[in-house]
Every structure is written in structure tokens, then in C-alpha cells.
Design a protein around this ligand. Structure first.
Ligand code: NI
Length: 172
């Protein structure tokens, strides 16, 4: 197991659509183990493949209510309803937080890291985390869910944070 580096927005492959898994070998489970370790190290509640530089449809998360950890491969939100606004942050946009609208209840289908099928319903914070992480697999960040003006304000905030985190970076 190893702690992986976190990709910062807008670096590749965060903005691209991640690829599905069709083969389950030890590599998937090994990546999942690294991602669980990385999530714990950075105190996150979810982490998606693109955030560790892997453009594949894999997510790990920790259910904040039960403390249970799960890995979701090729997750698909089958249906959802309700809308609720709540605060989100992201390890790829550290120190930036915003109120993001999400579905209150979702039904999800996925595989676990060994290729076993899962189907379940999630509500509240767990539903929010799953929606945030599956968005990453489609190249979307939580700030992309905000209205135009708030998005712009959060981008300015982030550029300032990034300048402090990476002072030696050239201006693109
Ligand atoms: Ni995120």
C-alpha cells in the first residue's frame, strides 16, 4: 500500500471522462487499497481515480454515518429525487468550500473492487458524497455545479490558494 499524490484542479486527468473497468485483477484491488490509505491520510470522505491521476471509474468513500468504507467501480446513479443544498470541499481544491445542490436520495449500481455487483439506496451525506465522487468520473468538479457568478468567485479564490501552494509554478 502507498499514499498517492493528489492531482490539483485543473490538472489532467481531472477534466476528462474516466474509462470503465472490464477486467478485475489484483491491480484494481491494489489501487483501491492505495486510495483508501490516501483518503485517510488527507482526511477526506471520498476520493475518485482521476484525483490520484488514474482516469478510471473507481471511487472510494467512507460513509460518515456508519464509518463504513466502500469502493465503487463503474458506479451508475439509476435514479434520484429531492434536492438539498449542503457544504462541499474537495481534496483537489483544498481550502475551497461551497454550498452545492444535490439529490437527497439516490439509487446506485456499481461493482466492488473484486467485481462483485452492488445495488443500494443512499440518502443525506452518503448520497452527497457519492454524487460528488461520480461527478469526478465525468470530469466534473463541485464548483461546476454552482451558478456562474459563484463559480467565478470560487475560481478566483482557488487561483489564490493554488498560488500559495505552488509558488514556483509559471502563470499559464
Ligand atoms: Ni472531490
Amino acid at each position: 500500500m502507498a499514499i498517492r499524490d493528489i492531482v490539483l484542479y485543473p490538472d489532467a486527468p481531472l477534466k476528462q471522462k474516466a474509462e470503465s473497468y472490464d477486467v478485475f485483477d489484483g491491480e484494481v484491488a491494489a489501487l483501491a487499497a492505495d486510495m483508501f490509505e490516501t483518503m485517510a491520510e488527507f482526511d477526506g470522505c471520498g476520493l475518485a481515480g482521476p484525483q490520484v491521476g488514474v482516469a478510471k471509474r473507481i471511487v472510494v468513500l467512507r460513509d460518515p454515518a456508519e464509518g463504513k468504507e466502500m469502493c465503487l467501480i463503474n458506479p451508475e446513479i439509476l435514479e434520484g429525487d429531492g434536492e438539498e443544498v449542503g457544504e462541499e470541499g474537495c481534496l483537489s481544491l483544498p481550502a475551497v468550500f461551497a454550498e452545492v445542490p444535490r439529490k437527497t436520495r439516490i439509487r446506485l449500481r456499481a461493482l466492488d473492487e473484486h467485481g462483485e455487483p452492488l445495488e443500494f439506496e443512499a440518502t443525506g451525506m452518503l448520497a452527497r458524497i457519492i454524487q460528488h465522487e461520480t461527478d469526478h468520473l465525468d470530469g466534473k468538479m463541485f464548483i461546476d455545479r454552482l451558478d456562474v457568478l459563484t463559480h467565478e468567485a470560487k475560481m478566483q479564490e482557488w487561483l489564490e490558494v493554488r498560488r500559495q501552494l505552488r509558488p514556483n509554478e509559471g502563470v499559464a
